[in-house]
Design a protein around this ligand. Structure first.
Ligand code: ADP
Ligand code: MG
Length: 497
């Protein structure tokens, strides 16, 4: 099992308190002066690239963090940039193979264009070891360099204390400004904080915390939520938390079919998650007890193929009421898949959400990559656009949802578009977020990993949090403590969308 670098205590403090502490003026790097210091800045340069040419196709993640880099350069800091990129496999691939596929070289070219070759000193071939150390040693105050992909080393994703210690040896100060990875317990996110005495959240993380936590922990009510996407397993923790927090929760996407199946609706060949039927039932019971309006699709679009919309003759809209949909009389015929919410559902979701003064949306309502199956997702994007123009607070998180609203040209008026997928959801759940917690206990890791394994500062054994939480969740969804839905891992952060 992967080593966890989180301590038992810090892993269980209420996330609201962690967020409040991180937003304190003391931890604001804008009020610091790191002149001459070696500042290691964890950034999210996991940008999309053109497979054929290797060129960066969307540089917004790089552009977003440029003000942070510039701020540190203006303070005359020596800035060391580190990031993961793609999914190299150090156990299977040689360094040459990884270098050919997952080098940060294209990002280095972008940085040089943006910062100029006086300030930006290029890419070091490794993120730890003698090459990295030599490159850092040559860095002058007011200069920056980029270290090669952290995931070339197993120890980053594998949370190795040795890797974290080697990375920490390069710097005096650690600043994390990669919100997309703060739900990860990894060497360059949590591990490094054990060995660096000064750790700070960067301005981008502070902005996410301000926008998300303020607006969702104490929302202007009514609070409405639209949730979609493929898997209940990815999101049941956040649905459970939102059932406790929101006034209206509208669920679409493929995961809605598992909730419908849990209610006894027959859904044809649509893939459902059998293992989650019972937790879904408990969550729906809890919503009814609390008075949360949990809305499921009342009609859906079905198709004989998930990818071939041209089969128009076998596509239709099916109403989905318990009365008409039974295994004997399935509403969606066998061999057919539910691919989007239907027109009646779109109208209901829209009507209910437009009554809300705060709306959060995560996850497409259907298999929106196929244009014919995108109407439900576009309808939700349109609803948020309209609500924004009417003065509602609107927030969107999640790679695919953000891609959908951007592609529909409806992003302009949205109050906040979050850069996090899994991280945004964990923040709302109010649990997890080891990368945030770690920033509050810098330099406390004297013995981590010595003697092999997962000992922590308090001497306790630290477990793999997501696995533990998953087990808890299966045993009982809806603990009913405000934002206390259980945390689950989510792999969104690595998807380049
Ligand atoms: P986000 O990135 O916004 O958090 P997710 O990654 O959870 O969203 O889910 C997005 C995926 O869910 C998309 O690939 C989409 O095709 C898929 N999806 C949504 N509804 C369906 C459906 N009815 N059938 C198949 N796939 C679906
Ligand atoms: Mg996604």
């Amino acid at each position: 099992m992967k080593t966890s670098l989180m301590s038992g205590d810090s892993a269980h403090r209420p996330l609201r308190d962690v967020v409040r502490d991180l937003l304190s003026p003391d931890l604001d790097i804008r009020s610091k002066n790191f002149s001459g210091k070696r500042v290691l800045l964890r950034v999210d340069f996991n940008v999309p690239v053109d497979e054929a040419t290797g060129a960066v196709t969307d540089s917004s993640r790089v552009k977003a963090v440029l003000p942070t880099i510039q701020l540190l350069l203006n303070q005359n800091a020596r800035v060391i940039l580190v990031s993961h990129f793609g999914r190299p496999e150090p156990k299977k691939q040689s360094r040459q193979q990884m270098q050919a596929m997952y080098s940060l070289r294209p990002v280095a070219a972008l940085l040089e264009a943006e910062l100029g070759s006086c300030a930006f000193r290029g890419l070091a071939d490794d993120c730890i070891g003698s090459e990295a150390a030599a490159a850092v040693a040559q860095l002058q105050p007011g200069q920056a360099l980029l270290l090669e992909n952290t995931r070339f080393h197993e120890g980053d994703a594998g949370s190795s204390p040795d890797f974290a210690r080697d990375l920490a040896a390069l710097c005096d100060v650690f600043v994390n400004d990669a919100f997309g990875v703060v739900h990860r317990d990894q060497g360059s996110v949590t591990g490094i904080t054990w060995f660096v005495p000064s750790c700070y959240p960067g301005p981008l993380i502070r902005r996410e915390l301000t926008e998300l936590a303020d607006r969702l922990y104490d929302p202007v009510r009514p609070l409405g939520v639209a949730l979609g996407g493929a898997k209940v397993a990815d999101k049941i923790g956040v649905i459970a938390a939102l059932v406790e927090l929101a006034d209206v929760v509208a669920v679409g996407g493929r995961m809605a079919f598992t909730l419908l199946a849990a209610k006894g609706v027959s859904v044809g060949s649509t893939q459902i998650e059998e293992g989650w039927l019972e937790p879904c039932r408990r969550m729906m019971t809890r919503a009814a007890e609390r008075g949360t309006r949990l809305l499921l699709p009342s009609d859906v679009l079905w198709s004989s193929s998930l990818s071939r919309p041209e089969c128009l003759d076998t596509r239709g809209v099916a109403p989905l009421t318990l009365d008409c949909c039974t295994p004997d009389r399935p509403c969606i015929p066998a061999g057919r898949y539910g691919v989007d919410i239907g027109p009646e559902t779109m109208a209901t979701f829209r009507q209910e959400l437009l009554c809300c003064r705060t709306i959060f949306w995560n996850g497409p309502m259907g298999k929106f990559e196929v244009p014919e199956f995108a109407a439900g997702t576009v309808a939700i994007a349109g609803t948020l656009d309209e609500a924004s123009k009417r003065g509602a607070v609107t927030i969107i998180g999640g790679g695919d949802s953000v891609a959908a609203v951007t592609a529909a040209g409806l992003a302009e008026h949205i109050s906040h578009i979050s850069t996090g997928g899994g991280a945004t959801l964990e923040l709302i759940e109010g649990k997890g977020m080891p990368g945030l917690r770690a920033l509050l206990r810098p330099g406390s890791g004297g013995d981590v990993g010595r003697g092999g394994g997962s000992s922590t500062a308090d001497g306790s054994a630290a477990g793999d949090i997501p696995a533990v939480e998953t087990a808890k969740l299966r045993d009982g969804v809806g603990g009913g403590n405000g934002l206390g839905g259980a945390g689950l891992g989510n792999e969104d952060e690595d998807q380049i969308t």
